[in-house]
Design a protein around this ligand. Structure first.
Ligand code: 3PG
Ligand code: CO
Length: 550
């Protein structure tokens, strides 16, 4: 059994250690684009000036992404925070498996799916996020798989495209459509194959729900991709352009569903004998559609007759559940998480957030495993199903009610929570709502500080990546703000590349904590920091604690 040693310098504080993850609240660089700075944040300002405060890297290689041009995201961020080390993540692992050819090797799941369609003269389908955001997927992976499919004799492929605008600029869909149309033109040119887009829709409208927040999205996705039911168009370009004319100002992520038809018939319903690849590598928004394809019985919606297909995910999405049954690339082997160590040490732990980020604090935090360790309690506050710009406080107050009660009860030694506001409202691009979202987080951080002051506990406050701190599109070449026709800054909906705060607040001073000299510190250093503040020696191979104690 993996074990923690008690610290010689510090026996732990009287009250709990509370880890607050302010999702999407980073440290901005451009004041006009930084809606964390523009919000009223008396508590965060006080902490900046009076508590231990440092900047932490939360993007690129510091969280296991292929390079420093990759913004952070909640999966890799929570993995790093909860597991205390940097693992190569999905984006990097899939890229390597494709480049080395390992993904296509003899005996692979890829070969099984390709043989199935070649043998039955059936169709190879690809469903996934249609961008190069590198958060859930990458269009390069799709293009490489289609080239390989052609090489290996697959005659008919159909692509079901989930339009992004959330990990990439908000109305960039046509850039990807044009790129992919050119790709399809080239691959179809010699007339030996028939590869085309069959259906799609905005990623926040169909298919990519997470954590059981809104199964209607999956129901709509199933009708669109599998049954080919819905409004029809001659091409994806025509669909996007039509929707934009009909819904001025609509963001790509919210676009309605569409089905592509040729000669008055849909080009690609999914039918018995086909193979299906869900080409997202990230699990949270892949688990529900995977369940719809795999489960013998589904209670969440009536799918009608389930086609008998070979289904594979790009990666294994849940190591504990072994889902999906077939996957193309093996995920990072994330072991010995902080939750496991603390559980073995008998430390009672509470993990809490609202639905939209609930799995981030449980499944992602524990290394993409949905199993609970014995001393853990998990609590989910149901999220509203609504546009979050209309309710920017989200459930921050309700989450804090539970946390304050948990601090007062003395029942838990370690409490971890996520406030989704900065990120979920940041993704809407509605900047005034973002300010309110940040202010709600600040207020609730203040409530947690008060409770910890009374209980003689310690707060570690941070973020998994930035978002609200960088809300305006910048010109890629000049770095200048991109302005719209009215001269207003063009809202950005994606995460930022900015660092995030690393704050330690110890009102009783019991830990005598001071910042350690940690070069290139990142959010992976937070696990050892929490373990140190709980009165244990962190495991030797964990990224070093940000503080010294005692
Ligand atoms: C999403 O899934 O909402 C975005 O692609 C990434 O956001 P998250 O990493 O903050 O969940
Ligand atoms: Co986000």
């Amino acid at each position: 059994m993996i074990e923690l040693k008690k610290s010689k310098n510090f026996a732990g504080s009287e009250g709990p250690v509370v880890l607050v993850i302010m999702d999407g609240i980073g440290i901005g660089k451009n004041p006009e684009s930084d809606f964390v700075k523009q919000a009223k944040t008396p508590n965060l300002t006080w902490l900046h000036e009076n508590a231990l405060y440092t900047e932490l890297r939360a993007h690129g290689v510091a969280v296991g992404l292929p390079d420093d041009g990759d913004m952070g995201n909640s999966e890799v961020g929570h993995n790093a925070i909860g597991c205390g080390r940097i693992f190569e993540q999905g984006a990097a692992l899939v890229g390597k498996a494709i480049a080395s050819g390992a993904m296509y090797a003899d005996g692979s799941v890829w070969q099984e799916l390709v043989s199935n369609v070649n043998h039955k003269a059936s169709t190879l389908h690809f469903i996934g996020l249609f961008s190069d955001g590198n958060v859930h997927s990458n269009l390069n992976h799709l293009e490489s798989m289609l080239r390989k499919a052609k090489e290996q004799g697959v005659k008919k492929a159909r692509i079901h495209a989930l339009i992004d605008g959330r990990d990439v600029p908000p109305t960039s869909a046509l850039d990807y459509v044009e790129r992919f149309d050119a790709f399809l033109k080239e691959i179809n040119a010699d007339g030996t194959v028939d590869y085309c887009v069959a259906s799609g829709g905005g990623r926040m409208n169909i298919t990519m729900d997470r954590y059981d927040a809104n199964w209607d999205m999956v129901k709509r996705g199933w009708a669109t991709h599998v049954k080919a039911e819905g409004r029809t168009f001659a091409s994806m370009k025509e669909a996007v352009e039509t929707f934009r004319v009909e819904n001025p100002g609509i963001l790509d992520q919210d676009l309605p569903a569409f089905v592509i038809e040729r000669d008055r018939a849909p080009v690609g319903p999914i039918v018995d004998g086909d193979s299906v690849i869900f080409f997202n590598f990230r699990g949270d928004r892949s688990l529900e559609i995977t369940k719809a394809f795999e489960a013998d019985e589904l209670k969440e919606f009536d799918r009608g007759p389930k086609p008998d297909v070979l289904y594979a995910g790009m990666m294994q999405y849940d190591g504990d559940l072994g889902v999906p049954a077939r996957y193309l690339v093996t995920p990072p082997a994330i072991d010995r998480t902080m939750s496991e160590y603390l559980s073995n040490a008998g430390v009672k732990q509470l993990a809490i957030s609202e639905t939209q980020k609930y799995g981030h604090m449980t499944y992602f935090f524990n290394g993409n495993n949905s199993g609970k360790f014995p001393t853990e309690t998990w609590k989910e506050i149901p999220s509203d199903v609504c546009p979050f710009e209309d309710a920017p406080r989200m459930k921050a107050d309700e989450i804090t009610d539970v946390v304050v009660q948990a601090i007062e009860s003395g029942e838990y030694k370690f409490i971890r929570l996520n406030f989704p506001n900065g990120d979920m409202v940041g993704h809407t691009g509605v900047v005034n709502a973002v300010k309110l979202a940040v202010e709600a987080v600040d207020e609730n951080v203040g409530r947690i500080m008060e409770a910890l002051k009374k209980a003689n506990g310690i707060m570690v406050c941070t973020a998994d990546h930035g978002n609200a701190d960088d809300m305006c599109e910048l010109d890629k070449k000049t770095g200048a703000l991109v302005l719209d026709e009215q001269g207003r800054c063009k809202p950005k909906t994606a995460h930022s590349l900015n660092p995030v705060p690393g704050i330690v607040y110890d009102p009783s001073g019991a830990a005598n904590a001071r910042l350690a000299d940690v070069p290139e510190a990142g959010i992976a250093n937070l696990a050892a920091t929490c373990i140190t503040l709980l009165g244990f020696e962190p495991p030797e191979d964990y990224a070093a604690s940000l503080v010294k104690v005692g």
